[in-house]
Design a protein around this ligand. Structure first.
Ligand SMILES: Cc1ncc(C[n+]2csc(CCOP(=O)(O)OP(=O)(O)O)c2C)c(N)n1
Ligand SMILES: [Mg+2]
Length: 588
């Protein structure tokens, strides 16, 4: 196949790489995130020839973060392809992040030729022990005819039950055309006449026969249907009865309720009809739009302590709910979760609704009696929320030497535009943003999830830009966190991906410094330079803006939007003042 073959045309030589590409195409995959390597070249080239977009980045972790974000926003598994050995080992943090966030993705990894595995080939390691703990399945391929069906299996598995990543290992000799591989094996076997030479030839010939056995027959990679797991009718009845009795019900809705991201509007509708006050977390933030009567943003711990009936929809009782201690003992706890383990984590619920949490809320809303019985309770909660907003406003008004973080996000909230998607990558700065920024709608806020991984920024932004190209992607970076992502500005510029990054520059790893200094009186390893991150990205051809004074902020945000509208990637380096806002918060 020539390098310049027209997109959409099938490649002239059908090889294993094209079998993978064909299967991805059959699954409606619009793009593959990758960093190249000789082991996966045939997949990338065949996919390009079939019209899939190849988005290439500077770190394999970025490729997997991007596939993860794509999955979360599109509701279908994202796809990344990386080369053997170090290409794969570089993805481990991102894979684990996707696994803990229950995000479905398919990672295709290269591998040494089948006949040379375990014999000292380039980049050849036993990849299974490295990858298997972080994926739903490690699919090891040995025959060409299995390539397409493996893709179908991986897609179905990634999206079913509790979603998560699936890995397909593709040895390089399965990916090239049969004639080339047979010739390669023949050359490896040599022309010697000794018994050993002949035995090797026989062995390699048999090996090649096995690899290509049945490959002439069609092996369709038809997408499989993935059913939504539904909670039992008993659980539904029990939850309805509990809600009928409840005087102070409360719902917490998390990422898992939005696994069916196409159902977001229906879910929002159901939440509104149900009439229970709600806190939204993770991917559910923004579900009800920027302002909604039922949505609360502050004092969640207090509200949970007061509630007599708590519905946790796709939210486990992990550290974020103080391992379940936030919910009072006497409250009726309803846990709707695809994972039986998560539904029971640290605390046994009164009603375990094992199935899709979003679907469960819709079913509840269909059967619950209409009309709000809880207006007094909602008013109490709203009153406290408004009081907290007023306090934040007051604190946001404090004028210092540079920019007040609260004021930064109040201004960004006003200036980001209705179509914004926010990506969060940092410590305190992100926690502050999460109090102040109002996600515009469902799936308008992306954070790493339970793994708390710094470094997701560029990859998530890339996935968001590919999944929803009509929306402006804003990355909210800590100055520490942005370090993982900066080289991806080269990839943004080259591929004309117009993200806007806002770096909250406080010259430190502040979330860590805060507690470390207080407890150990030592700031060791938590201090950073107020670096010129805006000039770093200028070096990659992106636009860099510097904001040191409050009055520069609004014009810089407006300028960034103008530049992004021209297809440019932008980084705004914002010098922050120290603040007391996050004092006392600690996550362990
Ligand atoms: C990969 C990774 N390494 C280290 C940490 C520990 N960690 C959590 S918050 C934080 C500080 C983040 O600093 P920055 O991005 O500048 O945000 P700030 O807290 O200063 O606003 C660190 C180092 C982590 N969560 N993930
Ligand atoms: Mg910082």
């Amino acid at each position: 196949m020539s390098a310049g073959s027209a997109p959409g045309a099938a490649p002239a030589i059908r090889h294993g790489g094209d079998r993978i590409a064909e299967a991805l195409q059959a699954h409606g995959v619009p793009c593959i995130f990758t960093l190249c390597g000789g082991h996966i070249s045939p997949i990338l080239s065949a996919a390009k020839a079939r019209g899939l977009r190849i988005v290439d980045v500077r770190d394999e972790a970025t490729a997997v973060f991007a596939a993860d974000a794509m999955a979360r926003l599109s509701g279908r598994p994202g796809v990344a392809a990386v080369t053997a050995g170090p290409g794969i080992s570089n993805t481990i943090t991102a894979l684990k992040n996707a696994q803990l966030a229950q995000s479905p993705l398919v990672l295709i990894g290269g591998a040494a030729p089948t006949a040379l595995q375990g014999r000292g080939a380039l980049q050849d390691i036993d990849q299974r022990p490295l990858v298997q703990p972080h994926v739903k399945r490690f699919i090891k391929l040995k025959r060409v005819r299995d390539l397409g069906p493996a893709v179908a299996e991986a897609f179905a598995l990634a999206a079913s039950g509790v979603p998560g990543p699936v890995f397909i290992e593709c040895p390089v000799d399965l990916l090239y055309d049969e004639a080339s591989i047979r010739q390669w094996y023949a050359e490896a076997a040599g022309k010697g006449t000794s018994l050993a030479d002949r035995a090797l030839r026989w062995y390699l010939g048999r090996h090649a026969n096995r690899m290509f056995a049945g490959s002439a027959e069609a092996t369709p990679a038809t997408p499989r249907r993935v059913d939504t797991p539904r909670a039992s009718s008993g659980a539904l009845r029990a939850a309805l009865a509990a809600l009928r009795r409840a005087e102070r019900p409360l719902a917490v809705i998390g990422s898992q309720a939005l696994v069916q991201s196409g159902e977001a509007d229906k879910l929002a509708d159901a939440v509104a009809r149900l009439g229970i006050p709600v806190y939204l977390s993770g991917m559910a933030r923004g579900l009800l739009g920027p302002y909604h009567q039922l949505q609360l943003r502050h004092q969640r711990r207090v509200a949970l302590r007061e509630s007599d009936c708590v519905l946790l929809a796709g939210v486990p009782c992990d550290f974020r709910l103080d391992y379940g201690k936030h919910v009072r003992r006497s409250a009726t706890l309803i846990a709707a979760n695809r994972s039986p383990r998560d539904a029971r984590l640290n605390r046994r619920p009164d009603v375990a609704a094992i199935g899709d949490a979003g679907q469960f809320i819709q079913a509840l809303a269909e059967q619950a009696p209409a009309g709000q019985r809880w207006s007094g309770w909602i008013e109490t909660l709203r009153g406290r929320d408004q009081q907290r907003e007023a306090e934040i406003d007051l604190q946001a008004g404090h004028v210092g030497e540079h920019i007040n973080p609260l004021a930064l996000f109040r201004t960004l909230d006003a200036e980001a535009g209705e179509q914004a998607t926010f990506v969060a990558d940092g410590g305190d700065v992100v926690a502050t943003a999460s109090y102040v920024l109002r996600p515009r709608g469902p799936l308008g806020w992306l954070d790493p999830g339970a793994f708390g991984t710094l470094g997701v920024g560029a990859g998530f932004a890339l996935g968001a830009a590919m999944a929803r190209p009509d929306r402006q992607v804003w990355i909210i970076f800590g100055d520490g966190a942005c370090g993982w992502s900066l080289s991806e500005f080269e990839a943004f510029v080259r591929q004309r991906i117009p993200v806007i990054a806002v770096v909250g520059n406080d010259a430190g790893w502040t979330q860590i410094a805060r507690e470390q200094v207080k407890m150990l009186h030592d700031d060791v390893a938590t201090v950073l330079t107020r670096s010129d991150y805006h000039r770093v990205v200028q070096g990659f051809g992106a636009e860099g803006l510097l904001v040191k004074q409050a009055d520069e902020l609004r014009p810089a945000l407006a300028r960034a939007r103008e530049l992004a509208a021209q297809g440019k990637a932008v980084l705004i380096n914002v010098w922050l003042d120290k603040t007391e806002f996050r004092e006392g918060s600690l996550s362990m």
